[in-house]
Structures are given as structure tokens and as C-alpha cells.
Design a protein. Structure first.
Lengths: 145, 476
């Protein structure tokens, strides 16, 4: 029977602690977005304020539990590149949070999603692709709001 | 091998892996249906993104991995390769980064598995924390249990799983795309042009650039199974080539099929791959295929999880066997599986999954964790590419059944492209997305600190290394 020394036990505990530390700190210190009613015209206002014209607006329903509907805005910039901003309201905080997890679970490979996701109260705002100037504009507006 | 959990001596590693099994390990690790909708939103320019990933990563890692795996067909994969070039510190650090990035990534892929499986049952289950955690744990501990039964069991599961869960769904999507085109239905992509394939590369795209570079991460996975490979010198090069072709063909064609059939406004990334699949099959008048497809894609997720879960754990088992970790990590069962590492890994992964599911979702926290995963992977690959270059100088005469063509210049080009791509990915991984609401300083600090903590344990273990660890571990 081999004896396990204190240093060995300490090293096992050290491994547990140091590996768990980053995700625990990041998740616990991250600011959870509160759930509250949000104007359905939030994106319209943001785009109008910046003088961004929208090519089309359609109503949509994300195929996710608790999703209660939203709008998809199509923007085409001077170079002809299309950007879609899709909003969705959720019936509960749990449903909204599940949608956020679902978003992050869809990242490419072991990396990130191809779009940008904003959380504002009961609403998620997804912008695809994420390489368009409107993403930054919208982000700034939502932060100030 | 090391110590066994029941005190008996371990069987010699069985040579159970042939060409097909090796190729399937890589395919399982890399080919993921999960990626297709994310890339399809870029339309034709997804081709350009894939080309970038292929030039700066897939080709370099395939060539470097093949040369290293055939030259040093030892257990431990990246550990053995980097150790040859930079010693134990380098090898252990590379392996540990490969292992620790998985621990952060596991909840993401487990969450994907659980929510996709919910689609086959009742989609609303995905909002239930209890359901999500239960399925995640069944998948995680079930995969760990398969790994417990050694290489033969894992290989059988992996071979069947990757065909059913990754290759068949991808082929189905491709064939449906071809049928769509052939039947004269409307193609939602704009007309093809060379210019349309060119991706937009600017400051806003850079964070995504890092993800694309590492889109094909995992091509080195077969290297962890060198000890169980029947003829590594002959089989590794062919397995790398076969797996690279399968991955590229399936990925590019299936992504284009989705992009051609599904209108961009229906490609909702939050709903993930299953909404795309549902739209696809409904349009093809076979909506009954959605639930079986959800089951297959769930299986594909589990197989991918298994590939990442088993390889680095086996490597860590080798590190412990060599006396670089306390003997408690060097418990190997009668099937040759590193049971102590597997259990520790499963416990840590379960704890992180618990936080992931039951704590309120923190959008930006997930973003930071994903950035840490990328940074740790970059460390692994920079070390691997640097190793293939250095070994040409430090061990020029070691027989390499496969050599990167072009002599020293060739190895510098291949290794250099790989280092360039992964270093660039590392740097841009530190740039917060332009719309990030946390201050840049907090973002960079969090990512760097987390990466440091998840990379540093090997240095602590080696500093405290005790000769008795090897004696105890190797006593059996």
C-alpha cells in the first residue's frame, strides 16, 4: 500500500482550485442583465438617432422556448453589405437566459459566435454578421440607454 | 504504464488503432455541424474565411502534426513532441493548456448536446436547468465511462458515432442542397462572384478572425493515441490526409448548402443549428427528419466531446507516469485508461457545468471564457509549430517517415504560417469586441489572468517534483 503524502493531497487540491478559479470568478463577478420590460422600438430609435436607414422590417419568432416574438431589421450599407438585426422578447428570465446559453453554445469550433448578442431587459438583440459598424453604434446606444 | 486502481499490473497498450480509427479521431474532434449556421451567415464569403483557416492553420497543423507524430510516435501527443524540442516544461505546459481549455469549453458543448437533444423531445426542456444539467452530466460521465473501458471501447464508439453523428448529417445537408439546386428552387444567395468570396477584414472582424483560425483545432488529436496505433509511421500521414479532406469537404459544402437554402433572416444563431435544420427539412418536404436529425447531431456532439475528453487526459496520464505529477494522478485501470485523470477531469467539468447552468446567464462572462479557451489553444499550437521547426535543427537525424516537403525552407514556411496565424489569433483574442460593455482593461486583464492561471500549474508541479513520484508511479 502506497502512502499518499500531504504534499500530494495539497497538489490535487491546488489543481482543483486553480482550474476552477478563473471560470468561478468570471461567472460570479459578471454583471447579470436584469429582466424588465423594454420598448419594442428600442432598435428603431437607435437606428433613427444615427440616421441609419432600414431596408426592411419583418416580424419574427425565434424557434426557442419562451420566445414571444420580435423584429428583424435589414440594413444595407454603401458597399452593398447586408446586416441583420434581430430582436426577440422572452416570457421569462429563465427562457431568456437559456437563449443566451444557446447562443454561446453555437460558437464556431472552440471559439466565438459569428454575430453579436446584446441583452437588454426581456429582449435579446442579435446582429449578424458581427463585423459591421452598426454593431458598435448599437452597443453604444444600448449602454447609454 | 503506471499504477493500477486495483493494484494489479497494467496490460501493455493494445495496438488497436488502424488508419480508419485514427482518421475518425480527428474528424470527431474537428468536424462539427454546430459550425455550419454560424459560418453560413457570411454567405459566399464563408469560403474566404475557410480558406484563411485552411492556409493559416489546417494545412500547417496537419503537416506539422504528421511529421511530429511519425518522428516521435510516443504516448502523450503534443506533450511528447514539445518535450523533445523544449524539454519537460514546454511539453507539460503545452499539454496542460490543451487539457485546461477543455475544462472551460466542456459546459458549452455539453449545453449544445442537451439543447439539441431537447429538440428531439420537447424543445421547451431547454429552459429547465434540471433537464439541462441532467443531460449534460449523463453525456459527460457517460463519455468518461466509455473512456474508462480503454482504447478499444472508445474507438468502437468513436467510429460509429462520428459516422452517424457528424459525417452522415453533413452529407445529408450537402445532398439536400444539391437536390435544392437541381430541382430549380430559389437560391437565396446572391449570384456568385470572386469578390463575394472575400471576407471583410477590419477591426470589428478581428475577434472573429481568431475563431476562424482555430476552426480546425483538434487535428493533432490522433497523436495522443500513438501508443495504441498499429503502424504509426505509415498510418499517421494517411489518416491526417483523409481526415483533412473529409473535414474540409463536409464543412465547406454543408455550409454553402445551408447558405443557399435558408434565407439569412431565418438563420438565427440563437436558435442554433436545429432551427436551420428544421427550416431545411421543412423546405425539402421531409419535416419528419428533424427529430432523428436532432438525435444524430446530439450523437455528433457527444463524439466530439469524447475526442477532446480522452486525448489530453491520456496525455496527462503519461505525464504522471513519467513522475511529473504526484502518483495519485497515475492510476491506470486494467484497460489502460488513466482513471484518476478522467475522474478529476469529470469532477472539475461537472463543477463548472453546475455554475454554467444554475447561475444566471452572464453574456459577457461567457465571452471572456470563450476568449480564454482560444488563448490557451493558441499557446498549445505556437509550441507545436515552434517544436517542428526546432527539431529540424536539434534532432536532424531522427528518422521521420513523413517530412514536411521543401527541406528547412518548407518547415519554416509551414511552421511560420502556423505561428503567424496562432500568434495573431492570440493577440486579437485579447481585443474586446467593439460593442463590449466592460472596460477594455477589465476584459484584457480577465482574459490574461485566467489564461495564466490555467497554464501555470505545470510549472508548480515541476518545481515540487519529487523523485519518489516516479518510483511510486512506476513501481508496478
Amino acid at each position: 500500500m502506497k502512502k499518499i503524502t500531504i504534499i500530494e493531497i495539497a497538489l490535487v487540491l491546488f489543481l482543483f482550485a486553480i482550474v476552477l478559479l478563473p471560470p468561478v470568478i468570471v461567472i460570479l463577478t459578471g454583471s447579470h442583465a436584469p429582466y424588465y420590460p423594454v420598448s419594442s422600438r428600442l432598435v428603431d430609435e437607435a437606428l433613427a438617432l444615427q440616421g441609419i436607414s432600414v431596408v426592411s422590417v419583418t416580424y419574427n419568432a425565434w424557434n426557442l422556448p419562451g420566445a414571444t416574438g420580435g423584429k428583424t431589421y435589414l440594413i444595407i450599407d454603401r458597399d452593398g453589405q447586408e446586416t441583420r438585426i434581430s430582436t426577440q422578447t422572452f416570457s421569462s428570465e429563465e427562457a431568456r437566459d437559456a437563449a443566451i446559453r444557446s447562443w454561446h453554445a453555437g460558437g464556431t469550433g472552440k471559439g466565438r459566435q459569428a454575430g453579436a448578442l446584446f441583452v437588454k431587459g426581456e429582449t435579446l438583440i442579435a446582429v449578424t454578421p458581427s463585423d459591421r459598424p452598426v454593431v458598435e453604434i448599437l452597443g453604444r446606444y444600448l449602454q447609454e440607454k | 504504464m503506471g499504477d493500477t486502481a486495483d493494484g494489479s499490473s497494467v496490460l501493455q497498450n493494445k495496438k488497436v488503432l488502424g488508419l480508419f480509427a485514427l482518421a475518425m479521431i480527428n474528424v470527431a474532434a474537428v468536424l462539427s455541424i454546430r459550425n455550419f449556421p454560424s459560418m453560413a451567415v457570411y454567405g459566399w464569403s464563408c469560403i474566404g474565411w475557410y480558406v484563411i483557416g485552411t492556409i493559416f492553420f489546417l494545412i500547417p497543423i496537419s503537416l506539422a502534426g504528421t511529421e511530429l507524430a511519425t518522428g516521435w510516435p510516443e504516448g502523450g501527443g503534443v506533450y511528447a513532441w514539445v518535450k523533445q524540442a523544449f524539454g519537460e516544461k514546454g511539453g507539460f505546459t503545452a499539454l496542460f493548456c490543451e487539457w485546461s481549455n477543455n475544462l472551460i469549453w466542456f459546459p458549452t458543448v455539453l449545453s449544445f448536446i442537451a439543447s439539441t437533444f431537447a429538440f428531439a423531445l420537447t424543445p421547451s426542456l431547454a429552459t429547465s436547468g434540471i433537464y439541462m444539467f441532467t443531460v449534460m452530466m449523463i453525456a459527460f460521465w457517460g463519455t468518461t465511462a466509455i473512456a474508462y473501458f480503454g482504447e478499444e471501447a472508445s474507438t468502437r464508439f468513436g467510429n460509429v458515432g462520428v459516422i452517424l453523428g457528424s459525417i452522415i448529417p453533413a452529407l445529408l445537408i450537402i445532398f439536400l442542397g444539391l437536390w435544392w439546386m437541381g430541382s430549380g428552387q430559389a437560391i437565396v444567395l446572391p449570384p456568385f462572384s470572386i469578390g463575394a468570396m472575400v471576407p471583410t477584414v477590419n477591426l470589428s472582424t478581428l475577434p472573429f478572425f481568431a475563431s476562424v483560425i482555430l476552426l480546425f483545432a483538434g487535428m493533432e488529436m490522433a497523436g495522443f493515441h500513438a501508443l495504441e496505433t498499429r503502424d504509426p509511421q505509415k498510418d499517421f500521414p494517411r489518416a491526417m490526409a483523409i481526415s483533412a479532406v473529409i473535414i474540409v469537404v463536409c464543412t465547406v459544402l454543408a455550409t454553402l448548402a445551408i447558405a443557399m437554402v435558408i434565407p439569412a433572416d431565418q438563420l438565427n444563431l440563437a436558435s442554433g443549428v436545429m432551427q436551420a435544420i428544421q427550416y431545411f427539412f421543412t423546405a425539402a418536404h421531409i419535416p419528419w427528419m428533424v427529430a432523428p436529425m436532432a438525435v444524430l447531431i446530439t450523437l455528433g456532439g457527444v463524439v466530439s466531446l469524447a475526442a477532446w475528453l480522452i486525448g489530453p487526459a491520456k496525455g496527462l496520464g503519461i505525464v504522471a507516469e513519467e513522475g511529473n505529477m504526484p502518483p495519485v494522478f497515475d492510476k491506470t485501470n486494467k484497460y489502460g485508461a488513466p482513471v484518476a485523470v478522467l475522474v478529476i477531469q469529470a469532477l472539475i467539468g461537472s463543477a463548472i457545468s453546475l455554475l454554467y447552468v444554475f447561475l444566471p446567464s452572464v453574456n459577457q462572462a461567457y465571452w471572456i471564457l470563450s476568449a480564454m479557451t482560444v488563448e490557451l489553444l493558441c499557446i498549445v499550437y505556437v509550441l507545436v509549430f515552434a517544436a517542428v521547426i526546432k527539431l529540424r535543427y536539434s534532432q536532424p537525424d531522427t528518422p521521420r517517415p513523413f517530412r514536411i516537403p521543401g527541406g528547412t525552407i518548407g518547415v519554416w514556411i509551414v511552421g511560420g504560417l502556423g505561428i503567424l496565424g496562432t500568434t495573431f489569433a492570440f493577440i486579437v483574442g485579447l481585443i474586446p469586441p467593439s460593442y463590449f460593455q466592460t472596460s477594455g482593461f477589465v476584459y484584457v486583464g480577465s482574459v490574461l489572468l485566467g489564461t495564466f492561471l490555467l497554464a501555470v500549474p505545470p510549472l508548480v508541479f515541476l518545481h515540487l517534483k519529487n523523485p519518489s513520484w516516479k518510483e511510486k508511479g512506476g513501481a508496478s
